[in-house]
Write a protein that binds this ligand. Structure first.
Ligand SMILES: [Zn+2]
Length: 498
């Protein structure tokens, strides 16, 4: 059967903003070789993630034309910078809207978003993007988005857009799948086969991300309930936003969205069931992980090694700048051996050392890390030998790693920006074999479980934090919120719900 050709615009603007970081995210952070991207380059920019899945399925339908609208790719400082400037937001969204007008008309728009974007002067950035895109393309065009479960969203996005599809797992295993789903549902909606009927429910729970691992109860159970609802009725699509408390906005906290094919009562029933379950189990959600102070964690790591329960992962969940030295200092103080520290971010040190032509075999004596703000601690002096100077495939200075051997078989990786090591392959491609170490100290909350836990690699996993409640802390009451009213959320207040 011949069907009318349809045109779909593809846009991306995604950032997970830690609004408490002192350095704003600017146009420059999103501008580098390859970014912004448009046309086929945008469509090919993330083959294993949201856009890759979207493009794959959209092109399985006959008569679908995809148009890549100029979009910034992921920030070169990853999540290591604060508020996006109003300038940057206006610049990139302004370009998108201009291009939508120039290249239209369209039948559909796909927005590849994150959900925890923080922009100065824009309270709900993703909803604002949807609002402006709606104004540009008109009321009849279907708009869908994909999201990260750390999004802070409320009903505002779906006021302007028709559909949203959010990753279910943390680590985020199903980004490609949600991209595929967004494409299929968008084409179906355009062709009249799906009539979006949505319900959004805010659940007044705010939680630090280190607790939100979906490999363990009760987070796993809430996600499983969402999957069960998707399985038991045709055309039910559930989004569970866990929320991202380091983005200070009015829509923080947990959100459930349910989408159905023209059945608002069913959407309501499913949303209430999942929201009610999350609320009933709020204590379990808030106590889903054990966290040790760094000194105790390092001692436990020593004991685990002595008992043969290695490799041990020491995961400093709290470091939001990448420069924190608390764990490194304690590893030196307790004289751990065969320990890999990956990484300490120190852009100045990396730039100076590269400029000086540092090479393997050189002596290394230097105080590194810290300084960034009080949460990063003091610089720590390390004396050793340079083992390697490596760049990743991109060849960009931002990716340079300086690998230093010191102490009793220890290896320290110095990087210019925050690095969250999620996979063993990240280390192996830089010539570091993780199995050579008894202890691996990393900066990650949950994503590392992909490579270190779900794979069975680590025998012992210890989540650690500094004694002081710094920026990345689970003790959210110590964060200087301007827009989040903590007393409206469990466990900081006693909100009425259900
Ligand atoms: Zn996330």
């Amino acid at each position: 059967m011949n069907q009318k050709a349809i045109r779909i615009a593809v846009l991306k603007f995604a950032h997970e903003t830690v609004t408490f970081l002192p350095s704003d995210t600017t146009i420059d952070d999103f501008t580098y070789p390859g970014s912004p991207a448009k046309g086929e380059a945008l469509l090919a920019s993330e083959p294993d993630s949201y856009i890759g899945g979207f493009v794959k399925v959209a092109r399985e339908f006959d008569g679908v034309e995809l148009v890549g609208i100029e979009s910034p790719l992921w920030s070169k400082r990853d999540t290591g910078s604060g508020w996006i400037t109003n300038d940057a937001f206006e610049h990139f969204v302004g370009r998108m809207v201009e291009e939508l007008a120039a290249q239209g008309p369209f039948d559909g728009v796909y927005l590849s978003l994150h959900g925890a974007m923080g922009v100065r002067g824009v309270p709900r950035p993703e909803a604002e993007i949807a609002r402006r895109v709606r104004a540009a393309v008109g009321p009849k065009v279907f708009i869908t988005g994909t999201f990260d479960p750390h999004g802070n969203e409320d009903e505002e996005f779906l006021r302007h857009a028709d559909m949203a599809f959010t990753v279910k797992y943390f680590p985020h295993y199903d980004m490609y799948l949600q991209g595929e789903r967004a494409a299929r549902m968008l084409v179906r909606a355009i062709r009249g086969d799906f009539k979006p009927a949505n319900v959004t429910v805010k659940v007044p729970i705010i939680s630090p991300t280190v607790l939100q691992w979906t490999g363990a109860s009760a987070w796993r159970d809430v996600v499983q309930l969402a999957l069960t609802w998707e399985a038991r009725a045709p055309d039910v699509y559930v989004n569970v936003f866990f929320g991202f408390p380091w983005c200070d906005g009015p829509d923080a906290g947990m959100t459930i969205q349910v989408q159905t094919n023209g059945k608002p009562e069913l959407a309501r029933k499913v949303a209430d069931d999942i929201a009610g379950t999350a609320w009933r189990r709020r204590d379990e959600l808030l106590n889903a992980a054990t966290i040790y102070q760094i000194a105790e964690g390092v001692t436990l790591a020593r004991e685990a090694v002595a008992k043969g329960a290695s490799p041990v992962v020491l995961a400093d969940y709290s470091d939001r700048s990448g420069s924190a030295t608390w764990l490194l200092a304690e590893i030196i103080r307790q004289d751990l051996g065969k320990t890999l520290i990956a990484t300490i971010a120190d852009a100045d040190a990396v730039a100076e050392l590269l400029a000086a032509g540092i090479k393997p075999g050189d002596a290394f004596v230097r105080a590194i890390g810290g300084k960034f703000d009080e949460s990063a601690g003091e610089p720590v002096r390390v004396s050793g030998t340079v083992l390697a100077v490596s760049n990743s495939a991109s060849g960009m200075a931002e990716d340079a790693w300086i690998v230093v051997g010191f102490g009793r078989g220890n290896v320290l990786v110095l990087s210019p920006v925050l690095v969250q090591v999620k996979e063993l392959v990240t280390l192996r491609t830089r010539g570091i074999e993780p199995a050579d170490f008894d202890v691996i100290a990393i900066k990650s909350r949950v994503h590392f479980r992909r490579g270190f836990d779900d794979s069975g690699f680590a025998k012992t996993i210890l989540l650690v934090e500094p004694a002081q409640p710094f920026m990345g802390t689970v003790h959210l009451q110590s964060l200087p919120y301007k827009f989040v009213e903590l007393e409206k959320y469990y466990p900081y207040g006693a909100p009425a719900f259900g």
